[in-house]
Design a protein around this ligand. Structure first.
Ligand SMILES: Cc1cc2nc3c(=O)[nH]c(=O)nc-3n(C[C@H](O)[C@H](O)[C@H](O)COP(=O)(O)OP(=O)(O)OC[C@H]3O[C@@H](n4cnc5c(N)ncnc54)[C@H](O)[C@@H]3O)c2cc1C
Length: 485
């Protein structure tokens, strides 16, 4: 049953004809549009399982799904602090894409070019698998598989886009994988104000993330996995997960917390919880959609350093996300997705920059922002996702997707399941298996570093937006050097 604290904060009444401020938090708009799930019962005292999974987001649920499909008699329990899909999995931008976070050149230097190509193939197979599971398990997640458009909004972004296309060609991606678009070709798909050109790739599908994660949790439960919600894991040790409701003893304990990993004892510096925020508009009138185009409902992004990601929702709104306040001191996370007013204002300004028709005028009504929220994703110190299982201790972990987790979590969950079952596959041979990044710096260095990197990126974006030059701002190079990328 949802509690009063779970429910979205109501939008304040409009004062003196001014539009009401957007609803803020309530986990995410995706739940406001479907309602928060009824909570499953918590763990009922001490217990046992073959495998204990900590965290009921995409990673934990995909791991459970693949474990049970491969070995139906395995006793698997998922321990979730709130409800399944409370974290990033129920709040994200809904890009089910083949993007992965692990610098390809570095991986190639360490493991060879073929290993990186295998990773790319595995990501595309994972994207297809998510779509197959939606069909098999009757999960209606508002899926539209029409690819992703990236728009270049100034000369520096256009130069970066061309360099990106050239780099993709060197990695063997042809016109079937990525097409460069002129300004006119871009406008035929979607009219982003001032855009100089763009690209389109078929390897991305739109999803409504809360519907996907709720459907997956139900599928996992149907397979016989026990899901204990309102159960906080405090510590993971070999052979046990210690929770506020009792201790679960299990030969294998898998940590699937991504941006919340710091909440476990001893894990504060493993992955940095990086914040991302989204705003969503009211449904657009047909006349405004005519002005904007976007009939194909592709995902939409730009080439900024602090990049923007957007989707046209199934009910005809625009959801647009970006970085906001990147990091909270001491690896703290938000409360129920509430984000700062300044972030809402920044994202709204960006939305209006891209789509001036939303401001209204010229025969069109203004389209207000109705809801804003944020969430955390996990960033490893080396910016590379990880999955590993230590056979001796039975402890495993997957995450660190740096904002590319919707598809990656499927691949990682399947890999973690195979590692647990001792199965060798093309996935368990991928170069990110077994990686361990060094830990983040202690505070206040972590806070200073993370916020400085994003302040530099944002300043670089502002300079590039104002300049006629195609050169990348030196501030962006400084940010990349500081981040160790
Ligand atoms: C705003 C935003 C937009 C994003 N957009 C995209 C996108 O469009 N495409 C994309 O690919 N990726 C995107 N991402 C990233 C992606 O959503 C995540 O990488 C992915 O969902 C991570 O899944 P997860 O299961 O590992 O973690 P989560 O979904 O965060 O799940 C972790 C779970 O653990 C629970 N938990 C926390 N602490 C404890 C504890 N101590 N004990 C037990 N349970 C605990 C939480 O309640 C949560 O349910 C976005 C992320 C954010 C925040």
């Amino acid at each position: 049953m949802s509690t009063p604290a779970d429910r979205p904060a109501p939008a304040a009444a409009s004062a003196a004809g001014r539009p009401a401020p957007p609803r803020n938090g309530g986990v995410s708009f995706w739940y406001a549009s479907t309602s928060l799930p009824r909570r499953r019962p918590p763990l009922d005292g001490d217990g046992r399982a073959d495998v204990a999974i900590v965290g009921g987001g995409f990673t934990g649920l995909w791991t459970a799904y693949h474990l049970k499909r491969a070995q139906p008699d395995l006793d698997v329990v998922v321990l979730e602090r709130e409800f399944c899909g409370f974290g990033a999995s129920g709040r994200n931008g809904g890009w089910l894409s083949d993007h992965f976070t692990a610098p390809r050149e570095r991986l190639a230097a360490e493991h060879g070019r073929e290993a990186v190509l295998a990773l790319q193939r595995a990501m595309r197979a994972a994207l297809a698998e998510v779509l197959e599971v939606c069909a098999r398990e009757s999960i209606d997640a508002d899926v539209v598989h029409h690819g992703v458009v990236q728009a270049a909004r100034n000369p520096a972004q256009a130069a970066r886009l061309r360099a990106h296309v050239a780099q993709e060609r060197r990695w063997g991606h042809g016109e079937d994988d990525l097409v460069e678009l002129s300004a006119d070709e871009l406008a035929e798909r979607v009219r982003v104000a001032g855009a100089l050109g763009g690209s389109w790739s078929p390897h991305c599908a739109r999803v409504q993330p809360a519907k996907l994660v709720q459907g997956l949790a139900a599928a996992v439960e149907r397979l016989g996995v026990r899901i204990c919600e309102s159960t906080t894991v405090r510590e993971v040790v070999p052979g046990a997960a210690r929770t506020d409701r009792g201790v679960v003893r299990a030969e294998t304990v898998l940590t699937c917390l991504e941006g919340f990993t710091a909440s476990l004892k001893g894990q504060r510096r493993t992955w940095l919880p990086l914040n991302s925020a989204i705003v969503v508009t009211a449904p657009l009138p047909a006349a405004t959609w005519e002005r904007i185009g976007w009939a194909g409902e592709e995902l939409l992004g730009d080439m900024a350093h602090a990049y923007t990601y957007a989707q046209r929702t199934a009910d005809g709104r625009i959801a647009l996300g970006g970085r906001g306040v990147p990091y909270r001191f001491g690896s703290r996370t938000d409360r129920l997705g509430q984000t700062q007013r300044a972030t809402i204002d920044q994202l709204t300004a960006l939305l209006h920059d891209c789509f001036p028709a939303l401001r209204g005028g010229d025969g069109l009504p203004a389209v207000p922002v109705e809801h804003a929220w944020c969430g955390v994703l996990g960033v490893p110190r080396d910016w590379s996702a990880t999955v590993r299982l230590d056979r001796a201790s039975g402890l495993g972990i997957a995450g660190g997707y740096v904002g590319n987790g919707v598809t990656t979590s499927n691949l990682m969950g399947r890999t973690l399941a195979e590692l647990t079952l001792g199965v060798d596959s093309e996935r368990t041979a991928l170069p990110w298996v077994g990686r361990a990044a060094r830990r983040w710096e202690p505070e206040p260095l972590r806070w200073i570093g993370a916020n400085l990197v994003y302040a530099l990126y944002r300043a670089a974006d502002r300079r590039e937006a104002a300049a006629a030059s195609p050169r990348t701002s030196v501030l962006a190079k400084a940010a990349a050097a500081l981040a160790g990328m």
